[in-house]
Structures are given as structure tokens and as C-alpha cells.
Design a protein around this ligand. Structure first.
Ligand SMILES: [Zn+2]
Length: 253
């Protein structure tokens, strides 16, 4: 399957009755992990991320809904199912990320979610379905809800958390960044490309030489041939280029 954007992928997941929530959760963790690596912070290795999700076969159910206070009460992990933000309702999934009265700073700042006080949803899946039918931004909802959930978990773990009044704006920024990178992941995210010693033939793809990223490109010991394109010679931002042992003509600046 190929999807042009996240919205298309989400729509397909809905139509095919796949777990949209699990997808949103997994995508969020992958995204988080990428950002941590880029910021040189400790990140969960990808293979452990998968383990985290699947460890007890309940995946998402356990990762989100399963950790609400209502669920913990059922499993007798806690005796108190009440939401710690508002102290006035049982914390089930839709309450934790959406309907809690203390989340006004997140959801009631613009017009986008003005139906929050009028609509009632029994769970997050019902809310997501409704957003789809009404053509609301499911992606922005997924990002924002995950930031709210993350924020709650950090507070509970006594870690630094984004203040609630900044969550809506940051979710928008993160979504825009996510979309920009998602649309062109190969070119934008690529920083090191090493295809040396591969018997590759043909011309060097021009998009690599014109990449606006400071790319490290190692293509030594192949059978690339032809001239280096003019735009490349005039200006390019490659950090390193290794074309040794090919049949390339033209000057390297
Ligand atoms: Zn609450």
C-alpha cells in the first residue's frame, strides 16, 4: 500500500476497520523516538518500542486505556479511580484526554473543538469516528490528545511536563513538522547515504546532489557514470561526497 499523507492512511485504516488508535499511538512513539535521537537525547530503541507495544498482547489497550485510573481500579492497582486533574470524575480514556473540565486550556482556545461541551462520547474510538464523519482534523486531534496523555504521565512521574496552556500550540507545530517530513521522508530525513561497493550502474540521481540537507554521500566503488550536473557544480550543500572508483566526468567543486 502507498499513501500520500497521514490523513489518507488514517482514512484507509478506518474503512478497513484496523486499529486507528494503535496506529496513532505507535506513530506517536516512533515520532517521539526520532525527535529524541535528533536532539541527542536518550531514546527507546526501535526494536524495544515494538516490544513495549506488544509485550503482553494487549498493545494499545494496555498502553492507554489500560492505564487510566478506571482500568487500574478494575485491576485493583489503585483504590482511587478519580481524575487527578479535576478530582470530580472517573478517569476513563475519553475523560483523560478530552472531556476533563481542566482541559479547557487545550481544547477550548480556538473554534476547532467548540463542540466539546455539547457532545458526549463513550470512548476515544467513538470520538475519532465522529471526527472523521464530520471531517474534523483527526490528525491534529491525535497529536493533541497524545500530548495531553504524555503530559499527564510526566506529571504523575514527577517529570518536567509541558504546561497545558502550551499543548495546543505545540501540537500544531509538531503536526506541521510531522507532515512536512512525512511528505518527503527520504530526502528530508536523509543525512547519511552510503551505497559504496554495490556494483550500482547508471547516472547519479540528481535529487541527491541537489539535496538542500547537508548530506554525507558515499558512492565509492560502483559503476556510476556520466557527467556531474551543472546545478551541482554551481552550488550544493553536500557535507561529504565520495565518488572514487566510478566512471564520473566533470569537476567536483
Ligand atoms: Zn478530570
Amino acid at each position: 500500500m502507498e499513501f500520500t499523507d497521514v490523513k489518507e492512511l488514517l482514512s484507509w485504516l478506518f474503512v478497513e476497520d484496523k486499529s486507528v488508535e494503535l496506529f496513532a499511538f505507535t506513530a506517536w512513539m516512533v515520532w517521539n523516538q526520532r525527535n529524541k535521537i535528533r536532539a541527542s537525547q536518550n531514546a527507546v530503541p526501535l526494536h524495544l518500542l515494538c516490544y513495549d507495544l506488544q509485550r503482553d498482547g494487549r498493545g494499545y489497550e494496555d498502553a492507554w486505556r489500560g492505564h487510566t485510573k478506571q482500568a487500574l481500579l478494575k485491576r485493583k492497582v489503585t483504590a482511587d479511580p478519580i481524575c487527578e486533574r479535576c478530582r470530580s470524575a472517573v478517569e476513563e480514556s475519553v475523560h483523560a484526554v478530552w472531556s476533563c473540565s481542566e482541559l479547557g486550556e487545550v481544547w477550548d482556545v480556538g473554534d476547532e473543538w467548540c463542540f466539546r461541551s455539547e457532545m458526549e462520547f463513550t470512548d476515544v474510538k467513538e470520538l475519532l469516528s465522529w471526527l472523521f464523519v464530520e471531517d474534523k482534523s483527526v490528525e491534529l486531534f491525535a497529536f493533541t490528545a497524545w500530548m495531553v496523555w504524555n503530559q499527564r504521565n510526566k506529571i504523575r512521574a514527577s517529570q518536567n511536563a509541558v504546561p497545558l496552556h502550551l499543548v495546543a500550540e505545540q501540537a500544531k507545530q509538531k503536526l506541521n513538522q510531522f507532515k512536512a517530513d512525512w511528505r518527503n521522508p527520504r530526502v528530508r530525513a536523509l543525512e547519511v547515504l552510503d551505497v559504496s561497493n554495490n556494483q550500482l550502474i547508471g547516472q547519479i540521481p540528481q535529487c541527491l546532489l541537489n539535496s538542500s540537507n547537508s548530506l554525507v554521500l558515499s558512492m565509492r566503488n560502483n559503476h556510476f557514470q556520466g557527467n556531474l550536473p551543472e546545478p551541482f557544480i554551481n552550488g550544493c550543500s553536500l557535507r561529504t561526497l565520495d565518488l572514487n572508483h566510478n566512471q564520473i566526468e566533470g569537476k567536483i567543486p
